[in-house]
Design a binder for this molecule. Structure first.
Ligand code: NIG
Ligand code: FE
Length: 429
């Protein structure tokens, strides 16, 4: 008999999301690789075996066992695009939007991102950590075991670096693994009003080198977790040439890249992001279908954020169905932030994606596991239940994983296991 630390057995569905290396595309996104009556053996922080329950129970003696009878088991969810480190809220603007003001009108009047910037600049790093901690606790209960987190509410060196420091501190005090993204080019700060090019100079010449220096002495570099650089390429934020400067500077510094493109206006940011070999392009709400073949031919992941459409009250959604059918590697994320997506729920994101983006349940799951992992540079490490991968998984409150998408706004998770440890236990012991 072989030994293991934890054996989870008798799962009516063990959804492994296993497959060949690389993100899933096309019809491969329909196959979540499900083992019925499945089991999984964990040693330390890693998965050592996955297979039929009777086989693994004959093969392993375990220090601890979990009988998952009645509970589907799937990989921990990965939220690959969030803005959760900030101070305060945008409740007043929410009410203005209820009364008819648009997100872009509020942004143009100096609210929106700049409102949160003012509150974030005024907050200490300890306050930022304290305000973010309950958000992460909520995400964990909803099944998120890994999350990307962006800066972008400082828009000046000191606060942007303090946001990075907050992300690093949060990594050490709660179970969700975090991947930092430097988004100093999120909006033009008031000091640079009408001088966006000068702010881009500051980002390129001063802030990016500081972020890179911070990264190399951080715990993220030790663990081979990347630091991404992102830019908001949009009317009222940064133009395509300005966005290109930021991302080319990131490339010159050896930092991987992301871009917010085509959220409201198709400016040409997508082609630019493909040119600089961005790891992901995010939003794509108004991207023309003619752009899909170039995206499909690239290694870049398309991160779709349907909670933004819901929250902004539009009936327009990203063309996920056509993208997947064209061979684009699609991921889904919450975009959790105080303005355009005040929600921390990946199950709700998947539920909306199945209804409005016409994605199948298996596609939605692969979009928040395997493909989301590739969107943040952690493909092959998290996102699937395969021997050698990190033991990050969910024991669901239901016997079928499709409950994750079927239920609207529910709490479908019974237990969360991160790096082989039970870090949340709601319903079963
Ligand atoms: O991804 N689009 C730009 N940034 C965020 C919104 C941030 C905010 O409104 O605070 C987004 O939607
Ligand atoms: Fe965003």
């Amino acid at each position: 008999m072989e030994e293991c630390d934890l054996l989870i057995h008798s799962a009516p569905q063990l959804i492994t999301c296993a497959g060949p290396p690389g993100p899933r595309r096309g019809i491969a996104m329909r196959d979540a690789s499900i083992i019925t009556q499945g089991a999984l053996a964990i040693r330390g922080t890693a998965i050592v075996a996955v297979g039929p329950s009777d086989e693994l129970r004959r093969r392993f003696t375990a220090r601890q066992e979990i009988d998952a009878t009645g509970h589907a088991v799937c990989p921990g969810l990965i939220d690959c695009h969030t803005h959760i480190v900030y101070a305060g809220d945008r409740i007043t603007e929410f009410e203005q939007r209820c009364a008819g003001a648009t997100y872009q009108e509020i942004m143009a009047a100096g609210g929106g991102i700049l409102h949160t910037m003012r509150l974030t600049r005024a907050a200490s790093t300890a306050t930022l950590v304290a305000e973010t901690l309950p958000r992460l606790a909520h995400m964990l209960r909803l099944g998120t075991t890994t999350a990307e987190v962006k800066t972008g509410y400082g828009l000046e060196s000191d606060t942007e670096l303090r946001q990075l420091a907050a992300i690093e501190q949060l990594t050490a005090i709660q179970p969700i693994e975090l991947v930092p993204t430097f988004l100093a080019a999120h909006a033009v700060p008031p000091e640079f009003h009408d001088r966006a090019d000068s702010y881009v100079d500051l980002v390129v010449e001063t802030m990016l080198p500081l972020a890179r220096r911070w990264y190399h002495s951080s715990s993220f570099a030790d663990q081979a977790i990347p630091l991404f650089v992102d830019v908001f390429c949009e009317r009222g934020a940064f133009t395509v040439p300005q966005s290109r400067r930021v991302l080319m500077a990131a490339r010159d510094l050896g930092l991987p890249r992301k871009a917010h493109v085509d959220e409201f206006n198709e400016l040409g940011g997508l082609a630019m992001a493909l040119e600089v070999e961005a790891t992901s392009v995010d939003h794509l709400d108004v991207t023309s279908t003619t752009a899909f073949s170039a995206l499909a031919a690239s290694a870049t992941i398309a991160v779709l954020l349907p909670l933004v459409s819901i929250n902004l009250g539009t009936t327009h959604f990203a063309a996920a169905r056509q993208m997947i059918d064209a061979g684009v590697a699609v991921a889904l994320s919450t975009d959790a932030n105080p303005g355009s997506a005040p929600s921390l729920s990946l199950p709700l994101t998947m539920a909306i994606a199945c209804r409005y983006l016409r994605m199948l349940p298996a596609e939605a799951l692969l979009a928040t596991t395997v493909n989301a992992a590739y969107a943040i540079g952690l493909g092959g490490r998290v996102g699937a239940l395969m021997p050698g991968m990190q033991a990050d998984l969910l024991i669901l409150a239901a016997n079928d994983y499709r409950w994750l998408m079927y239920e609207l706004g529910g709490a479908p998770v019974a237990q969360v296991i991160k790096r082989g440890q039970v870090v949340w236990n709601e319903r079963i012991s």
